[in-house]
Ligand binder design. Structure first.
Ligand SMILES: Cc1cc2nc3c(=O)[nH]c(=O)nc-3n(C[C@H](O)[C@H](O)[C@H](O)COP(=O)(O)OP(=O)(O)OC[C@H]3O[C@@H](n4cnc5c(N)ncnc54)[C@H](O)[C@@H]3O)c2cc1C
Length: 415
């Protein structure tokens, strides 16, 4: 559907009364060929690619709240593919490429802005680590480069570049294709496109039980009734442990709060995403002029969606040290989401020991950027019932084989 300026104005004045719904509001059927639990980006993208690329039409997405109301609508919307290990770089770069064409694929403006991500080095040691990281990425080949102190100062004039700063800048890592986009648009775009292909998106439908018989999944119990299906995917982020336990699985996942916050809006003055892994804070300026600020998790298990004051203080303390000019700005909002952290901070995606039960979890602090590739590869895995090659290294079985992919240690941060 395309709108003229006049029809937009008319819609605004009459309360959008005549606008068609972007997706249907269907009732839950008794059985589906595939059911995806979780109406966040990963669940919706999986449903879309199952319908689009594998011709499945009898699919449901079950969401206990509203679409994109979980981490997909709570994140700081950074996409990048600068990871250390080849498995990670390959997967996340595929995702970034899908993002680069996503607006066209979904006919939905996701407002992708490839302003580049800069990772600050606060010591000579960190700069040396970046040198190896850049080389590892260039070998893939994926774009990555080192910046000198002067180049950083020219790109980020608000930074405190004093040699006596508490967090001195020795240089930086940069990926120019690093981007921010509109997270709601990603959820809505996938939802609208999946619905148009016949996928039933059922909101306010909480899954309360998973039925397993003879080692295979056969159905789900929900607050809107029971449903039969022999293919079920769990894409429920911070609630993965709870849901997997319903099928008798114990996951190596810890759920923690991750916070973000925004300042009042100001004129455009910051045109990169800048992260300081040493002090664990990052920021970008939104198209509305607000600074969008994030940091590390609250570091203890919790299902509280507010986050701790200690976490907020730690991030803001670092922002003020790094960008003294921001110290007089007012903070408008702060919130948190419950993220799903695996022991090696890499995702867990693919098959499980229960036949027909698939998982998309462990995205932790960095799964927004993975939505297109996570959805596409999980859909392939569900349709073929074997792991897609891009996600084969990220299976649950790595916690048995010991072939961990410790990006937390190798590339430091995962946003
Ligand atoms: C503050 C913050 C900042 C972040 N910043 C970034 C970033 O800049 N870049 C990046 O790549 N990633 C970032 N992330 C991580 C990213 O948001 C997540 O990894 C990603 O959104 C996960 O998507 P998802 O679809 O798996 O989960 P979600 O979007 O959380 O969707 C899961 C859905 O499952 C539903 N659900 C749960 N239990 C049930 C049930 N029993 N029945 C039915 N439905 C259920 C929930 O209501 C939810 O809507 C950030 C996260 C947070 C919290």
């Amino acid at each position: 559907m395309r709108y003229s300026a006049l029809s937009l104005l008319r819609g605004a004045l009459n309360g959008h009364r005549d606008w068609p719904q972007a997706w249907r509001n269907p009732s839950l059927k008794g059985s589906y060929d595939a059911v995806i639990v979780g109406g966040g980006g990963h669940g919706l993208a999986t449903a879309y690619y199952l319908a689009k690329q594998h011709g499945m039409r009898n699919i449901a997405v079950l969401e206990k709240g509203w679409l994109g109301g979980g981490n997909t609508g709570r994140n700081t919307a950074v996409s990048r593919s600068n990871y250390f290990y080849p498995e990670s770089t390959r997967f996340f770069d595929h995702s970034l490429r899908l993002y680069e064409g996503l607006g066209r694929e979904l006919n939905f403006n996701i407002m992708l802005s490839q302003q580049g991500i800069i990772g600050l080095a606060a010591s000579r040691h960190e700069l040396e680590t970046y040198r190896r990281w850049v080389t590892a990425m260039q070998l893939q080949p994926v774009d990555a480069e080192l910046l000198t102190r002067d180049q950083v100062a020219a790109r980020v004039p608000l930074l405190n570049m004093s040699r006596r700063a508490r967090y001195p800048v020795y240089g930086a890592f940069m990926q120019k294709r690093g981007a921010i986009s509109r997270h709601d648009a990603v959820a809505w775009g996938y939802a609208r496109a999946a619905d148009a292909l016949g996928v039933d998106i059922i909101q306010h439908c909480e899954v309360t039980g998973i039925d397993v018989a003879g080692g295979a999944v056969c159905g789900l119990r929900t607050t809107q009734g029971t449903v039969r299906s022999d293919k079920v995917a769990l894409a429920v982020a911070g609630h993965s442990s709870e849901l997997a336990a319903m099928a008798g699985l114990r996951l190596p996942i810890e759920s923690q709060a991750l916070q973000a916050m925004v300042t009042e809006p100001v004129k455009p003055c910051f045109d990169h995403i800048v992260i300081s892994p040493a002090v664990h804070c990052y920021l970008s300026q939104s198209d509305r002029g607000e600074f969008v600020i994030g940091g590390g998790t609250d570091l203890y298990p919790s299902y509280g969606q507010r986050g701790s004051l200690r976490g907020t203080e730690a991030v803001l303390g670092a922002v003020v040290e790094l960008y003294p000019a921001l110290s007089r700005m007012r903070l408008m909002r702060q919130w948190a989401g419950i993220v799903d952290i695996s022991p090696d901070t890499s995702p867990i995606i693919g098959k499980t020991p229960v036949t027909g039960l698939y998982l998309s979890t462990g995205w932790g602090t960095g799964g927004y950027k993975a939505i297109p590739a996570g959805g596409e590869t999980l859909a392939w895995t569900m349709a073929e019932d074997r792991p897609h090659e891009l996600i084969e290294p990220f299976g649950l079985d790595r916690f048995v084989s010991g072939r961990l992919i410790d990006e937390g240690a190798a590339s430091g941060v995962a946003h």
